[in-house]
Design a protein around this ligand. Structure first.
Ligand code: CA
Length: 364
């Protein structure tokens, strides 16, 4: 029945935008076309923050379009597996996807830089680069050959360093460690002597509990509490050097997006922008509540990575980033753009955000 309404709508609309006003001074209303979209995601269905962010994006698109676009959301594995989201949207199995760029690193080395860059920019800086520093333009260029239009659609803020069953006192404690850590951070771990594993979120808990991995990072307290990771590892390390402001992405099938009239295209992009901001606010609000619960109710041992470990990881990160850039011209272009922007924004943030954090801690 729905299909009939859809087809009737399409036929009635004819060639959009050509009809004349019905009366002088009274704009004609086109019969409304409706669009039925599928959204595939890399997240477990309804998963806090990420899955709910994807669901929020779908709901916003429906609501703001007055139902002219409906979006059916599929969690990881419901229509396609998590790591096939990119291909599914690229070929038009779904019109929109929600995930993270580093999941596609095997296909597009440059994609990783759009989700998280080790020791790179935080959420505020990344958004500045994305919207005012040429980031979005580069991103569209990188995804264009895949028939996809990307849009920033969520940010977790600074993540946690991960869950370990032993203390990390020196770099040698990372040697031989089999850890779930995706993207560029994983390559850094490899250089530090560890073995990175790329697993979708839904498989992490079991892998850690059964010992098929020794350690894992996921997101932050809000998500990690929901997965129950504290039941499988004792030490919870910070900071998330590898993901200092991870950007989640919406990917739009180019034909599906271009089939929309301009107002609906705007609505889709504005919904992405809204979710991009909302998700960061949600993480900021919920992470500290969840951290309290992890420490006070579940006895989690919080630990900071030693400075010498972080300094070494930073050096290794730089090496990895430069190697990825050297292997792929597009990755080089993105990396150089980020590096330049980060250098500038860091100088500003040293005397603004950072100086203020320090000032806030002072006591007389
Ligand atoms: Ca992560």
């Amino acid at each position: 029945m729905k299909r009939r309404v859809f087809l009737t709508g399409l036929a009635a609309a004819g060639v959009a935008g050509c009809s004349k006003p019905a009366e002088e001074g009274t704009p004609a209303r086109e019969p409304e076309q409706t669009f039925q979209w599928k959204m595939v995601t890399t997240w477990p269905p309804g998963f806090p923050g990420l899955g709910t962010g994807a669901a929020e994006l779908a709901a916003l698109i429906e609501e703001a379009s007055g139902g002219r676009i409906t979006v059916h959301v599929y969690g990881a594995g419901e229509l396609v597996p998590a790591f096939e989201v990119f291909d599914a949207v690229s070929r038009g199995t779904a019109q929109i996807g929600h995930g993270a760029g580093y999941y596609w690193k095997g296909k597009i080395p440059a994609a990783q830089f759009f989700s998280a860059t080790p020791f790179g920019m935080n959420a505020m800086e990344r958004n500045a680069w994305m919207f005012y520093g040429g980031g979005e333009e580069l991103w569209r260029k990188v995804y264009a050959p895949f028939n996809l239009i990307p849009a920033a659609a969520g940010n977790t803020g600074v993540q946690m360093g991960g869950w370990f069953n032993k203390e990390i006192n020196s770099l040698s404690d990372l040697e031989g460690l089999k850890m779930r850590i995706p993207g560029l951070g994983g390559e850094v771990l490899q250089r530090a002597g560890g073995t990175p594993v790329n697993l979708p979120g839904g498989e992490i808990f079991t892998a850690l509990q059964t010992g098929s991995i020794d350690a894992t990072e996921w997101v932050g307290p809000y998500n990690d509490l929901a997965f129950g990771l504290y039941q499988a590892a004792r030490f919870y390390y910070y900071p998330g050097w590898h993901e200092p402001g991870t950007c989640l992405e919406a990917i739009l099938n180019k034909e599906a997006f271009e089939a929309l009239p301009p107002d609906l295209q705007s609505i889709v992009l504005l919904a992405c922008r809204a979710v991009n901001e909302n998700m960061l606010a949600e993480y900021t609000a919920r992470n500290h509540q969840a951290l309290e619960s992890l420490v006070n109710e579940h006895g989690v041992q919080l630990r900071k990575f030693p400075d010498e470990v972080l300094a070494r990881l930073k050096t290794l990160s730089r090496e990895v980033l430069e190697d990825v850039a050297a292997s792929d011209p597009l990755a080089a272009e993105v990396y150089e753009s980020q590096l330049k922007f980060q250098d500038q924004v860091e100088r500003w943030h040293d005397i603004s955000e950072y100086a203020y954090y320090r000032a806030r801690e002072l006591k007389e």
